[in-house]
Write a protein that binds this ligand. Structure first.
Ligand code: C2E
Ligand code: CA
Ligand code: CA
Length: 493
């Protein structure tokens, strides 16, 4: 007989309790399972992701790229003559980015703002990725994107260009607008390698090639870039030994004063002698010396060597001469420079006005107030000071007026067209007027023809240098030139 009356309620209540307990236990089990799963996921996620941005890290990226390569090999029949699946067999692109001005933001606005900028850029990149695409942070300000399906170079360039454009848009961090921008290297897979690590290396090599051309833009990997990278490495090894091996040399370019056409001094220009009779010009090795931290040492050597040579000439009776020495930004910003200059002059027994120090307009205007202080410290010793490559940067006239300088050197690019191009003529005329209004001498650089010389002379330019007068020469050839008396054009370098 079925229970009825109070028994029915009792049975129903018991059933409810049993069901409740069962449900609770199952819920607990489920929760425990979920927690365990989440823990496992976290443990799994952490080593593969970047803590700041949450993007996959380099290891994860390389792993994914490896899987991509396996997929392609399998779809292409694994070399076993099997049927090819065109869709799955398509290759793709790796883009390796380096942010251009991240360091500036980090240094000037602080690490917190730097981190915020990285997070925002990571978000921006991640949201631009398609279904099978991936962006990873490799550390610091380096990122990489994996773009399957963009097999030909045109598509790869388009994709890289779009990502670059995305990173060039301004960011708002800590209430200000900052422009970071980036440079990138691109490689195609499987075209440029069949190992994931080799492909990442290829994209990185392309990035370095792009950077060599200047910041911004991108380069597509070419096999010769590896060779060039190796060459740079061996060049670097040699350059590190150049000073000890006595391979640095100074050439001297005469400076002609147009008041009486007298040879009044020389500009010392550095060369690296890599073989007998084979001298490299500074643009071939100074940027590398700068990037590996050697340029200050090289400049220090040039100052010492130029002073030694000048002392020799002066002892030989050419006592009105001066020598101009170029300073790199680092050297100019080194607080020990004035002291070092004083020592060099003392050791070689030179009057301070026999030495001229040249800094480029770009370096002088980077931090005009700091530059003014350094120039004052140098000037107080009596050395001459020149602003080089004048006209190529953005000078503030206000600061220019306060700099204690003796001359402005008009950049060669304005001298080139001075004989026949109205714009260059007008620019040169106003630069000369400006210099004279500031009470300093003007030196025209890169004079290659008699017409250019006369055009500068007729505009009141004080001094000139250039191949028409003489290319830079070894010290012995300069001694011959000094001994031959009044100026005549010399032999070529
Ligand atoms: P700069 O100071 O503007 O030197 C003038 C450059 O113009 C020299 O190039 C010189 O050889 C070249 N030049 C002179 N006349 C003519 C001409 O008529 N036509 C043409 N086409 N070129 C002419 P160089 O010797 O290759 O030096 C290049 C730059 O390297 C220099 O430009 C200077 O900025 C830097 N540099 C040279 N020596 C040193 C150094 O000892 N220390 C540092 N930090 N920089 C140096
Ligand atoms: Ca110079
Ligand atoms: Ca110059």
């Amino acid at each position: 007989m079925p229970p009825s009356g109070p028994w029915l309620y009792l049975v129903l209540a018991l059933l409810l309790v049993v069901v409740g307990v069962l449900a609770w236990r199952m819920g607990r089990l489920d929760e425990q399972r979920r927690t365990a799963h989440a823990r496992a996921h976290q443990a799994d996620h952490r080593p593969h992701h970047d803590a700041l941005t949450g993007l996959p890290n380099r290891q994860h990226f390389v792993h994914r790229l490896g899987l991509e390569l396996e997929r392609i090999v399998a779809a292409r029949g694994g070399g076993q003559g099997a049927e090819e699946d065109p869709q799955r067999a398509a290759g793709g692109t790796v883009v390796y980015f380096d942010l251009d001005r991240f360091k500036v933001v980090n240094d000037s606005l602080g690490h917190r703002v730097g981190d915020e900028a990285l997070e925002l850029l990571a978000e921006r990149l991640a949201s631009a990725m398609g279904e099978h695409e991936m962006v990873a942070r490799f550390g610091g300000d380096e990122f990489a994107a994996l773009l399957p399906g963009t097999e030909d170079e045109a598509a790869a360039c388009r994709a890289a260009g779009e990502l670059l454009e995305l990173l060039e848009r301004p960011l708002v961090v800590a209430g200000r607008e900052v422009f970071i921008g980036c440079t990138a290297g691109v490689c195609l897979y499987p075209r440029d390698g069949d190992e994931a690590r080799d492909l990442v290396k290829a994209a990185e090599t392309a990035l370095h090639a792009a950077k060599e051309k200047g910041q911004g833009g991108f380069a597509v990997f070419q096999p010769r870039m590896h060779m060039e990278a190796n060459r740079t490495l061996s060049l670097e090894t040699r350059l590190r030994r150049a000073l000890d091996n006595d391979e640095l040399a100074l050439f001297y370019q005469p400076v002609l004063d147009l008041d009486g056409d007298r040879l009044v001094g020389f500009e010392a220009l550095m060369r690296w002698q890599i073989r007998p009779q084979r001298f490299l010009r500074p643009d071939r090795f100074l940027p590398l010396a700068e990037s590996i931290g050697l340029v200050e040492e090289f400049d220090g050597w040039a100052l010492e060597e130029a002073a030694r040579q000048l002392a020799t000439w002066r002892r030989d009776g050419f006592d009105g001469l001066y020598v101009a020495v170029n300073l790199s930004a680092r050297r100019f910003e080194n607080p020990r420079l004035p002291q070092r200059v004083r020592e060099v002059l003392r050791v070689h027994g030179l009057p301070p006005e026999a030495l001229e120090l040249e800094i480029t307009e770009t370096v002088a205007m980077r931090d005009p107030e700091a530059s003014c202080a350094v120039l004052e410290a140098l000037k107080s010793q009596g050395v001459r000071l020149a602003i080089d490559d004048f006209g190529t940067a953005y000078s503030s006239l206000l600061y220019l007026r306060t700099f204690p300088i003796d001359s402005l050197k008009i950049d060669r690019s304005f001298v080139r067209g001075i004989a026949d191009q109205v714009t260059d003529q007008e620019i040169a005329t106003s630069l000369i007027r400006l210099a004279h209004a500031l009470g300093v001498k003007v030196v025209g650089e890169g004079v290659e023809t008699p017409e250019q010389l006369e055009a500068l002379r007729s505009r009141g330019c004080d001094r000139v240098q250039g191949h028409f007068l003489s290319p830079p020469l070894a010290a012995d050839a300069c001694t011959d030139l000094l001994q031959q008396g009044p100026w005549r054009p010399a032999q070529r370098e």
